[in-house]
Design a protein around this ligand. Structure first.
Ligand SMILES: *[C@@H]1O[C@H](CO)[C@@H](O)[C@H](O)[C@H]1NC(C)=O
Ligand SMILES: *[C@@H]1O[C@H](CO)[C@@H](O)[C@H](O)[C@H]1NC(C)=O
Ligand SMILES: *[C@@H]1O[C@H](CO)[C@@H](O)[C@H](O)[C@H]1NC(C)=O
Ligand SMILES: *[C@@H]1O[C@H](CO)[C@@H](O)[C@H](O)[C@H]1NC(C)=O
Ligand SMILES: *[C@@H]1O[C@H](CO)[C@@H](O)[C@H](O)[C@H]1NC(C)=O
Length: 914
């Protein structure tokens, strides 16, 4: 075997090999690529279509400020608009409205009932005529003062309709209608409900017109009289009690019994005025906000202030509350940005969809044991991690970039209005976290299908939970923020939260005609973006090292699935099992040393001698290598390899035969670094398998028992990849690959360029052999490259038969056959009645012949070689042929298979005896 001139592949060579392999693999993975591209594009297009439909609807006349032709010009404004249109008109000079008092409607006003026993309440009969008074309650420390104020609350003065606002300012006007969300148009004047002119005694009623520009009409308003009643109560707790019972649920008759308002003047005297006011915030339009009800509180404050002033300075002193007026507003267009509203949920799907892709790729290499295969051909963990991580990162970045660019081009506001740098930072942190998470959870899966199913389940589950559960928590301001942060520890929810915030800002920005989120907005009190970014960043810093650690310690080397728990458990167990192991070892060695055959003993001595003299012609030396599996679940510990000593010359082909479970795989596993020997040592090209496995990997080839191949890579691509790992470059690489394909007969007919997944079993086997040989490794291990004993006999320089954890014999095929064979097998087929004659003939040739097989007419005998001459056999058969017909006969030398069966059976029976 030639010693390769190319040295060890450095980091960048390995990285390059892996990267190219990944790119090809990704390109072939058509289905997931298609999904990755189509899914976001479809979503964006769907959103964009929805948006067009909505924009189209909103741009109709109905939602635009009304216009009209005035003296040849088009003029637009609130005066030309319907009520629907009015909300989009500019209102430079809002209407002045008389300040109203919120009064209960006539059937809900407080009366004397079973639950309300105060004698000063009006009797129930007023409800029949609809004339119940509206009632105010008063309390305070100074009863004289309080009752004095109470009597002044509902004073009236005459109404002069030509100066309506001023004269209404001197009176109390009430409405039972509910306040709206804005006060450009007070619902009291359009609701169709009457206004109430509240007086101490119902004397006059009136009706007036308010000149209002909206809908180019004047509002004509009927005003009814309502008696105002103010009642003294001894304490504020009395009032609380009475108000509470006014609620439908608070009184025994389950009837509403409402008061207008209530005052507690506390410790007020002639120098200080202190007052508490009760008012009912639940008065609100269902579509509105309760703070609007405050507009109707102004009048009740004004009432009590006036009553106090008049008490001090006489009836002519007044604070006039002339009108209330909304702030001016510019013209607006009704806009609803659907992408901002739906973004959180939709885009959560889009972005998490990368997670199953990464996870599946990682689990695939694990399931197919490709990771360990690559490692055995020299791919270090450093390049593997760096390239895999960088590869997925680049993939994600490209994906996200295309997504954002595509969304921006078709004009989705969530992309265009928010600061791109915020979006970049947010998405970048997230995809890093997502990839680390995939690395972290990949060891939990052993099957690609499970991983894919779980991945997609997570994707859709997170989107749904985010949209229908988590979003409600975010919007509910009373929900504790601490819990929201706890939920955001789950990366899917942090992603959702970030997208939600981006959506909110772009929605409001679009609605208000400003911009979306800027860096300075991160400080906004309700903006969760900052905390989400911090959480994700810290999580990434934590998750990545843990993922690396778990990969290194738990699953990397072995390729065998082990859960992290087992790692910790085995730590605990180690101390316990050590003493047990020692006693077992001693016992074991005594038994088998006595039984060892001469050739095995000789090999052991050769190893000891070679170890002392440092010979350079030796490639592999195993010195008393031993593997014990500690017993699990109550089973006793198992001795898999019982002290193996072996030396293999450079260029020698050594064959190892043994029945199933003999320990061959355990032995090879130790030699290729999958498991560590329990004791003993082995050196491959001078490197110790216990400590220098990474050195060994660079000059080692492995053809594992099961073909470890990427289904969607071609044979040639496999060879190129592994060739690169072995530091082959340029034309040398191409030449090596060509030769390799030719040598395993995968060259002709373009077989080398077909996917390995489409190969037959034999072709896969041949490809595996070619992989193990590429780059001229110094040592090649082949686990059952073929199943034929004849080939072993022809190809191997030396053969060792391995039974029950130890070598039974070792030597060249001829030597072994000579030693263990030593007999011919004679077969003859005649008609059944001549059986006895045939047997007599054989016994005549040799007394020690043994019949080993007999079935109607066909017999097989084993005849010791040294007792017969082949010519005698021919003569005897010729004689026999003269007497009756011999259908067939044969004389064969023993094969390696016969030797193997003999040795294996012999070892097992002696085992049973001992
Ligand atoms: C209560 O207020 C009146 C004025 O209305 C005052 O004359 C009287 O002294 C006050 N009483 C107490 C106990 O402060
Ligand atoms: C009503 O107000 C107008 C304008 O302020 C005034 O001219 C008129 O005299 C008033 N009428 C009465 C009856 O006070
Ligand atoms: C309020 O106080 C007055 C005098 O202190 C008392 O006569 C009256 O019964 C009290 N009213 C109630 C409802 O307790
Ligand atoms: C407050 O207003 C609501 C809505 O009109 C009404 O149902 C409720 O009974 C009122 N509460 C009181 C104490 O008057
Ligand atoms: C709430 O206000 C809207 C218009 O602002 C009106 O159409 C609706 O009838 C109001 N609802 C109630 C319960 O007053």
């Amino acid at each position: 075997m030639t010693i390769p001139s190319h040295g060890r592949a450095n980091f960048s060579t390995q990285a390059n090999a892996l990267l190219r392999k990944n790119l090809i693999f990704q390109r072939r993975n058509k289905r997931s690529n298609c999904c990755l591209v189509i899914f976001p594009v479809l979503l964006c297009i769907l959103l964009s279509v929805l948006q067009r439909v909505i924009d189209n609807e909103l741009s109709k006349e109905k939602f635009k400020c009304g216009c009209a032709q005035v003296i040849g010009k088009t003029e637009c404004g609130i005066q030309y608009s319907t009520l629907d249109q009015a909300s989009s008109c500019p209102i430079p000079n809002p209407q002045k409205w008389p300040a109203l008092l919120q009064v209960p409607d006539p059937q809900s006003r407080a009366v004397r009932t079973n639950g309300f026993t105060f004698p000063d309440l009006p009797s129930k009969s007023c409800r029949l005529t609809g004339t119940c008074p509206v009632t105010v309650l008063v309390t305070g420390n100074n009863r004289t003062l309080g009752q004095g104020l109470a009597s002044n609350l509902f004073s009236t003065s005459p109404v002069n309709t030509s100066n309506l606002l001023l004269s209404l300012a001197n009176n109390v006007l009430g409405s039972a209608s509910k306040p709206g969300t804005q006060n450009f148009l007070d619902p009291a004047y359009t609701s169709g409900l009457p206004l109430y002119f509240v007086q101490p005694l119902c004397l006059s009623s009136l009706s007036f017109s308010l000149p209002v520009d909206i809908v180019s009409s004047t509002l004509q308003q009927d005003v009814e009289c309502a008696q105002g009643l103010s009642l003294w109560r001894n304490s504020s707790s009395d009032i609380n009690h009475e108000l509470y019972k006014g609620y439908r649920k608070g009184n025994p008759e389950r009837k509403i019994n409402e008061f207008v308002t209530a005052y507690d003047i506390l410790n007020s005297d002639m120098n200080n005025f202190n007052v508490n006011i009760w008012y009912n915030t639940t008065y609100k339009n269902d579509t509105g906000f309760s703070r609007i009800a405050l507009l109707r509180v102004l009048r009740s404050i004004n009432m009590v202030s006036n009553a106090y002033l008049q008490r001090l300075f006489g009836a002519s002193t007044k604070i006039l509350l002339e009108f209330v007026k909304e702030m001016p507003k510019p013209g607006t267009r009704l806009r609803i940005d659907i992408s901002s509203l739906l973004s959180a949920q939709f885009f959560t799907y889009v972005i998490i969809a990368l997670f199953p892709v990464v996870l599946t790729a990682l689990v695939y290499e694990k399931q197919q044991r490709l990771r360990i295969m690559m490692k055995m051909h020299g791919l270090g963990d450093g390049p593997y991690w760096t390239i895999s991580y960088a590869y997925f990162l680049v993939l994600s970045v490209i994906y996200m970039t295309c997504f954002v660019i595509f969304g921006s081009v078709i004009g989705l506001k969530i992309f265009t209005t928010n600061d791109y740098s915020i979006q970049f930072v947010f998405y970048f942190i997230y995809i890093n976290l997502q990839i680390s998470m995939a690395f972290l959870v990949a060891p939990l899966f052993s099957n690609v299908l499970t991983a894919r199913a779980v991945g997609y389940l997570l994707t859709f589950g997170t989107g749904l939970l985010g949209g229908f559960l988590f979003q409600n928590f975010i919007q509910d301001t009373s929900f504790p923020r601490g819990w929201i942060i706890v939920m955001e520890l789950y990366p899917g929810f942090s992603l959702f939260r970030g997208l939600y915030e981006l959506g909110q800002y772009s929605f409001l920005g679009d609605y208000m005609g400003t911009h979306g989120m800027r860096w300075e907005n991160l400080g906004d009190s309700m903006n969760g973006m900052k905390e989400v970014m911090i959480i994700m960043f810290i999580e990434w810093l934590v998750v990545l090292p843990i993922a690396f650690y778990i990969d290194q310690v738990v699953s990397s080397g072995s390729g065998v699935k082990r859960t992290p728990l087992i790692f910790f458990r085995s730590l605990l167990r180690k101390s316990k099992s050590v003493s047990q192991k020692h006693s077992l070892q001693k016992q074991g060695s005594k038994v088998f040393v006595e039984m060892e055959k001469a050739d095995v003993v000789q090999e052991r001595e050769r190893v000891e001698q070679l170890l002392s003299e440092q010979s350079s012609s030796i490639s592999i030396i195993c010195n008393n290598l031993r593997k014990i599996y500690s017993g699990r679940d109550g089973n006793p510990p198992k001795l898999a390899v019982k002290g193996m000593s072996l030396a293999v010359r450079r260029g020698e082909c050594f064959g190892m035969l043994g029945p199933n479970g003999a320990g061959k795989t355990s032995f090879i596993s130790m030699m290729i670094g999958l498991t560590k020997p329990t004791s003993g040592a082995a050196y491959v090209e001078g490197s110790d398998i216990r400590y220098q496995m990474n050195e060994i990997y660079t000059s080692m080839g492995v053809c594992p028992q099961h073909d470890l191949l990427w289904e969607t890579l071609t044979g040639r691509e496999h060879l190129i990849f592994y060739g690169r790992l072995k530091n082959l470059k340029g034309s040398a690489l191409m030449q090596a690959v060509e030769e390799s394909l030719k040598s395993v007969n995968l060259y002709h007919g373009g077989v080398g360029d077909k996917f390995a997944g489409k190969y037959s079993g034999g072709m896969k086997r041949r490809l595996s052999v070619a992989i193990s040989l590429i780059g001229d490794p110094k040592v090649v291990y082949m686990d059952e490259p073929t199943h034929s004993m004849e080939e072993a006999e022809v190809l191997c320089d030396r053969i060792g038969i391995f039974v029950d954890g130890s070598l039974q014999c070792i030597g060249g095929p001829k030597q072994l056959k000579g030693r263990y064979g030593g007999s011919f097998v004679f077969t003859m087929t005649t008609s059944a009645e001549h059986d006895a004659e045939v047997e007599t003939m054989v016994r005549g040739l040799s007394q020690n012949a043994q019949k080993i097989y007999h079935i109607s007419g066909t017999q097989k005998f084993e005849i010791p070689k040294h007792e017969i001459q082949i010519s005698d056999v021919f003569k005897a058969v010729e004689n026999l042929k003269k007497r009756f017909t011999v259908q067939a006969w044969g004389l064969a030398d023993t094969t390696l298979e016969d030797v193997f069966i003999k040795v294996a059976l012999g070892a097992q029976s002696s085992d049973i005896l001992s």
